[in-house]
Each structure stands twice: as structure tokens, then as C-alpha cells.
Ligand binder design. Structure first.
Ligand SMILES: Nc1nc2c(ncn2[C@@H]2O[C@H](COP(=O)(O)OP(=O)(O)OP(=O)(O)O)[C@@H](O)[C@H]2O)c(=O)[nH]1
Length: 312
């Protein structure tokens, strides 16, 4: 016996005390009978079930959340049969009806002939870690959403538009379906800001964004703020005449809001100019050229006196 072994020549009571004073909960299952040979008394403090209520593997399986049960049991049984040490995270049912996250770390003990003799392991309470992970995942989702959203109006930002446009463009190339693009710019918005103030201008942009989402309401229609007082509406699977109807609805909804615009050269209410184009793209066509075309048409709408749609 070496020095370490002799120092660790502890009696059973000492081992038991050591095992039962850890935060992790020790247990042992006899493989032949599928009965608990032992489980630490700490289990009661964690889950509320008395130590004596853990008799069989079924007691363990019954106290696993229904959504985690099949996976956990199948995985642990398969690993144990294969003689592989393993670990599993699952939600365990507490006596009061709540659930808590557990990590079970399992060691497979084999007989000399190689057959599985028993399983021994520790259950760890990982609820705190899971809570932190869930919070972090939530924050990540929020951050991702924010990075694709225009902070003022709540519609998609330019970055998101670029991604969606690329996807829909490739899709239209493949399926040989038309895609339409509407570029909208509020008329005389500089004067609006000058007259009503920048904060009122912000409110106005929010209202216009909302109206566009009402006008372009098909599931794949996509409204984004292109920049400043310019918005863009992408309409996949939409031909020229349907796109024109949506563009007219956008123009009419904005004019119909009767947002006072005393500084406008066009009307006493807020209006917008729209450039509209439709294409069934061929492989090799440039998406950028298509966006520029919509922009040019919007510019022509400005030249033609504003509050109008140019699509030819
Ligand atoms: N309130 C507000 N104003 C903005 C925002 N972004 C851009 N603008 C304003 O939009 C105005 C755009 O002015 P111009 O590009 O001269 O266009 P316009 O006055 O609308 O003239 P036309 O487009 O020719 O009808 C500028 O005064 C910008 O300051 C914003 O987020 N909030």
C-alpha cells in the first residue's frame, strides 16, 4: 500500500459522510434488477422526494419532464448497454410540481466478464447555469433582431433588406418568377422637418412605415427603410400590374392620412413619390442594377412633379 492509499484507508462511515456532504447527489443502480442500490439523502433537499421513494429506474424515469424523458432514458440505456460513461441534462420533477435542471454524470461499472454490473453516478443541480444560458440566448436573439431592425420605424433596416433581396433574387432566378421593387421617397421632407421640427419628422416616418406594411401585406412582401426618408418594398412573385396596384395603395394610403405638410410644393398634405420596377431575372442579371433602376424611376417621379408613380 503506498502512502496515499494508506492515508485514504478510510472506513465506510467516513466514505458515506463524505458522499453525503457534497452538493452533488451520489447514486447507484443495480443493472440486473434496475433497482436503486443507493441514492444520497441530499436528493430530498433538491427535489423534495424522500430518499426512500427512489426504488427503481422507473421512479427516476417518471420524474423526468415529459419532453425530456424519451430522449434521456433511451440515451442513458443505450450508452449503458454499450458500457460507455456518459452524461445527460434533463428537467427533473420536484415534489411540489416544479422542474429543475439536472446533469446526471454516469459511470458504468463492469464485471470481470465484461457485462454491465451497475451504474454509479452523480446528479448535479445545473438550474442556475441553465437560467444563465437561457438569458444569454434571449439576449443574443434580441441583439440579432435589433441589428436587423430600423431603430426609429421598427421596419427592417438596409442590412436586412440586402440579405432578403439577395435571397429572393436568387429564388426568382431559379423559379423564373417575377419580382417587383418599389422605391418610395417622401416629398419635400426637408421642408417638413424645417416647418414642424425633427421630432415631428420622426413621427411622420413612423406613420409612413406603418402604412407601407399595411399596403404590402402578402406574407413575403418586405418593407425596409432604405435610408433617410426613403423606403423600399420588395414584392416577390408579383407581376407588373399587381405591383402597380400595391404602389397605388401605398401612395393613396399616405395621401389619405392627411398629414398636414404646409411646407410642401405639392399638396397641403404629406405625399410620396414612387419608382416601381418588375423583372423576371435571368441568371447573371445584377441585383444592384435592379435596385438602381427602381431608384432612377423614383427620381423621375420627383421630376414629374412628385406624388406620383413611375414604372416605365
Ligand atoms: N426627422 C427626420 N428626418 C430625416 C431622417 N432622415 C432623413 N431626414 C431628413 O429628410 C430630408 C431629406 O431631404 P431631401 O433629400 O432634400 O429631400 P426632400 O426635402 O424630401 O425633397 P424631395 O425628395 O425632392 O421631395 C432631410 O432634411 C433629412 O434631414 C430622420 O430619421 N428623421
Amino acid at each position: 500500500m503506498n502512502l496515499i492509499d494508506s492515508k485514504l484507508d478510510l472506513d465506510n462511515d467516513t466514505y458515506k459522510t463524505l458522499l453525503e456532504s457534497t452538493r452533488a447527489i451520489p447514486w447507484k443502480i443495480d443493472w440486473a434488477t434496475m433497482q436503486f442500490a443507493y441514492i444520497g439523502p441530499q436528493i430530498e433537499a433538491l427535489l423534495g422526494w424522500e430518499q426512500s421513494s427512489w426504488q427503481t429506474v422507473q421512479d427516476w424515469a417518471d420524474r423526468i419532464h415529459a419532453e425530456d424523458r424519451d430522449w434521456t432514458v433511451n440515451f442513458c440505456v443505450a450508452q449503458s448497454k454499450a458500457g460507455a460513461d456518459h452524461e445527460a441534462d434533463y428537467r427533473a420533477l420536484k415534489k411540489n410540481g416544479d422542474y429543475t435542471w439536472i446533469r446526471d454524470v454516469v459511470h458504468v461499472v463492469r464485471k470481470e466478464n465484461g457485462e454491465v454490473d451497475s451504474l454509479i453516478g452523480f446528479m448535479f443541480d445545473i438550474s442556475e447555469r441553465k437560467r444563465t444560458e437561457e438569458q444569454l440566448a434571449g439576449l443574443r436573439r434580441e441583439l440579432e433582431e435589433l441589428s436587423f431592425k430600423d431603430g426609429l420605424t421598427g421596419v427592417a433596416n438596409r442590412r436586412r433588406f440586402d440579405i432578403v433581396m439577395e435571397t429572393e433574387w436568387n429564388n426568382a432566378c431559379r423559379t423564373k418568377q417575377p419580382v417587383s421593387l418599389l422605391m418610395l421617397d417622401i416629398d419635400c421632407f426637408k421642408q417638413y422637418n424645417d416647418h414642424y421640427g425633427h421630432l415631428e419628422g420622426d413621427q411622420c416616418l413612423k406613420r409612413v412605415a406603418k402604412l407601407l406594411t399595411v399596403a404590402a401585406a402578402r406574407p413575403r412582401d418586405f418593407v425596409a427603410r432604405f435610408g433617410g426618408e426613403e423606403f423600399i418594398v420588395l414584392m416577390p412573385n408579383t407581376n407588373e400590374s399587381d405591383a402597380y396596384k400595391i404602389a397605388s395603395r401605398c401612395r393613396e394610403l399616405i395621401a389619405g392620412e392627411h398629414i398636414p405638410h404646409d411646407g410642401s410644393d405639392v399638396s397641403k398634405y404629406l405625399t410620396a413619390s414612387i419608382g416601381l420596377c418588375t423583372i423576371t431575372p435571368e441568371c447573371g442579371d445584377e441585383v444592384r442594377a435592379f435596385i438602381e433602376m427602381a431608384d432612377r424611376k423614383m427620381y423621375h417621379a420627383k421630376q414629374r412633379g412628385r406624388n406620383t408613380i413611375v414604372n416605365e
